[in-house]
Design a protein around this ligand. Structure first.
Ligand code: PHE
Length: 450
């Protein structure tokens, strides 16, 4: 089958940044930071981004661009024909189904909230009423399922269109808009009474709250936010041209991703501290309960401004969710398309239907299936735990071992230096990290926690 490429360098960066920047930054990051003590979590998270996230991201690029084939074949070919490594191809498939299923639940919420903002559904409501509305919405099985289905269908349509017409074009339109929206909202949030307390929470670290669990949570968040450890970016990198500077792109994407996460914190924490009764550890409902209140309190005397800001915020969430969920679907579609030779549209539709069914269980875990738990977690939390705290670290570890110890060093050097045309003085540091530092760090944190 003919392999498509991203048309332009900027298209490639935006597509990868689109995968990275998502609900992980704007919804999951504030939730995790809120639960894990704020600033200390932020610092540890940034440390993991630099030490583990970027090297693993670049490693996924190396694997994808070098082999130009499906993940299964990439590991098989690059290992010099060792069959066991083919099993790595299962990671993006299994993780792709799991992650898309629960991600679509939150993505569905964002779409519903964008709709609510559009019809001015938050106007005149008290914080308690807004909180109660969110609770009622997510426990209402039918309504929430409809919104999940809509977002999954849009996602499916974009991926079915293909790499250039769907994924690249979608990212080129949505990502720049997203950056503008983020900036506008940061400025808006700074006019709130809780700004000082919010900044204190986000930037003044209290390390006494850091435990082994905090480390695993921060590592999981770094991996999740950069979309690494699932070989998802291997798939995108197969569409890279040979001139792309892998390290530079990796650093650019990680920088963009971190800036957006910090901006999300800057938008959300001043907001949380501006409303009586809300705390940063509100959990997954943080952005859905806090923000509608904030806009209406902050701009109470200018309803049109309040209306515009809430609409912008939820549209921002929808776009962030879409550019990421596209990459989740793509990693599974690529497997069915290249390995099993199912056509792109058919694969997209089939996977979407399965994810809708799994997503239904995740969504219902907030309502009718609330009491069904495994290891104390409902479906939604369980899926998130398995992906971010088990599969991603293990996947990241295996990717490092593979490139650091199994693959011929020349291949690695050639990919990082673009066949010797780049100087790449960082090459040695990068190789040291993936051979020693990253595997040991991941193992220690992982074993310590379990
Ligand atoms: N990085 C995405 C986000 O921050 C989530 C993601 C995870 C995307 C895994 C693809 C694969 O929202």
């Amino acid at each position: 089958m003919e392999r498509e490429n991203f048309n332009s360098k900027i298209g490639a960066i935006l597509a990868v940044a689109g995968s990275a920047v998502g609900l992980g930054n704007i919804w999951r990051f504030p939730t995790e930071a809120g639960n894990n003590g704020g600033a200390a979590f932020l610092l540890i998270y940034i440390g993991f981004m630099l030490l583990l996230g970027v090297p693993i991201m670049v490693s996924e690029f190396v694997i994808g661009r070098h082999s130009q084939t499906s993940v299964v074949q990439s590991f098989y070919k690059m290992s010099g024909g060792k069959k066991w490594w083919k099993l790595m191809g299962l990671i993006p498939v299994i993780a792709g189904f799991l992650v898309l299923s629960y991600y679509a639940v939150v993505a569905g919420w964002t779409l519903y909230y964008a709709f609510q903002a559009g019809v001015d559904g938050f106007a005149g409501k008290t914080p308690d009423e807004i909180g109660a509305d969110f609770q009622a919405f997510r426990t209402d099985a039918v309504t929430s399922l409809i919104w999940i289905a809509i977002i999954l269908i849009v996602n499916c349509a974009i991926v079915a269109l293909g790499v250039k017409k769907g994924i690249e074009r979608g990212a080129k339109i949505m990502m720049p808009l997203l950056f503008v929206f983020v900036l506008v909202l940061v400025v808006c949030s700074f006019s709130l009474p809780g700004t000082a307390a919010g900044l204190q929470f986000l930037f003044h670290p209290d390390f006494s709250k850091v435990t082994g669990a905090t480390l695993l949570n921060a590592m999981g968040q770094a991996f999740f936010s950069l979309s690494v450890g699932l070989c998802c970016l291997c798939t995108y990198a197969t569409y890279f041209k040979k001139e792309v500077n892998l390290m530079k792109d990796g650093i650019h994407v990680a920088t963009i991703d971190t800036i957006v996460a910090i901006c999300a914190g800057l938008i959300i924490f001043p907001a949380v501290f501006s409303i009586n009764g809300l705390t940063p550890s509100e959990g997954p409902s943080l952005v859905f309960v806090t923000l509608p209140n904030v806009f209406h309190q902050a701009f109470g005397s200018y309803p049109i401004v309040a209306y515009t800001f809430s609409l912008i915020f939820y549209l921002l969430l929808v776009m962030a969710a879409l550019t990421s969920s596209i990459s989740m679907l793509e990693m599974v579609v690529a497997y069915f398309y290249h390995e099993i030779k199912v056509s792109r549209p058919l694969a997209s539709i089939g996977i979407t239907v399965v994810c809708l069914i799994l997503g239904m269980f995740c969504s219902f875990s907030f309502g009718i299936l609330e009491n069904v738990t495994l290891f104390g977690l409902g479906f939604f939390d369980l899926f998130d735990f398995i992906v971010a705290k088990i599969i991603m670290p293990i996947g990241g570890l295996l990717i490092c071992i593979f490139l650091g110890w199994v693959v011929d060093e020349k291949v690695l050097r050639n990919e990082i230096t673009n066949m010797g045309t780049l100087r790449a003085p960082y090459y040695k540091v990068y190789r040291f990290i993936i051979r020693y530092l990253a595997p040991i760090a991941i193992l220690l944190i992982f074993v310590n926690q379990f």
